[in-house]
Design a protein around this ligand. Structure first.
Ligand code: HEM
Length: 155
């Protein structure tokens, strides 16, 4: 594993952790263990936030990694990556809405949004792991370049 692969490994672990916490939190809500539900969901949200912070700092300071596989496969990979990014973005907006509804104690709405948010988050985690496997395990070797270098030259 190169030094470039350490941060994505950590950030992908945080998406997986947050999806596991959301699954546990959902189960706790169904069992009406609501205080525990709150704590576990907040831990899930913190874990998602850590993923985002690591991912963004890597994008700016280290860079994004290009597709390392064949040219024929590249459009499929990019389509899949796009799908994952859309899911993650929608999941983040739904997650913030779900949290806001909970803190405003609008629990009937929170419950409806929470179910959709959780399902979106499961798919975000699954597709995130698949992107990680494709980019770093199955087809390693793509070039990594910081956004700052792309914008201002150098590197
Ligand atoms: C992003 C984080 C959260 C998600 C994804 C989430 C998700 C959910 C889901 C899916 C349910 C419905 C369970 C079911 O019946 O199928 C639920 C219920 C509930 N959640 Fe959350 N939750 C989150 C955070 C919170 C927080 C921070 C609180 C407390 C401030 C909270 C309080 C509740 C309560 C009281 C219910 C029961 C609502 C009812 O049955 O009327 N949740 N949540």
């Amino acid at each position: 594993m190169s030094k470039y692969d350490i941060l994505p490994t950590i950030s992908t672990s945080f998406i997986v952790l947050s999806a596991i916490l959301v699954a546990i939190g959902w189960n706790l809500a169904i069992k009406r263990k609501l205080e525990a539900h709150k704590k576990v969901m907040l831990a899930g949200a913190v874990s998602a936030l850590l993923f985002f912070l690591i991912y963004m700092s890597r994008t700016v300071f280290v860079g994004n990694t290009d597709w390392g596989g064949s040219d024929e496969m590249k459009p499929y990979y990019l389509t899949f990556l796009f799908f994952h990014i859309v899911l993650a973005t929608v999941g983040a907006v739904f997650g913030l809405t779900t949290l806001t509804l909970a803190f405003k104690e609008r629990f009937a709405k929170h419950r409806k949004w929470g179910r959709i948010t959780s399902v979106i988050w499961f798919f975000t985690a699954i597709t995130g792991v698949m992107v990680y496997v494709l980019l770093y395990l199955m087809y390693p070797g793509g070039h990594t370049k910081p956004v700052l270098d792309v914008l201002f030259g150098g590197g």
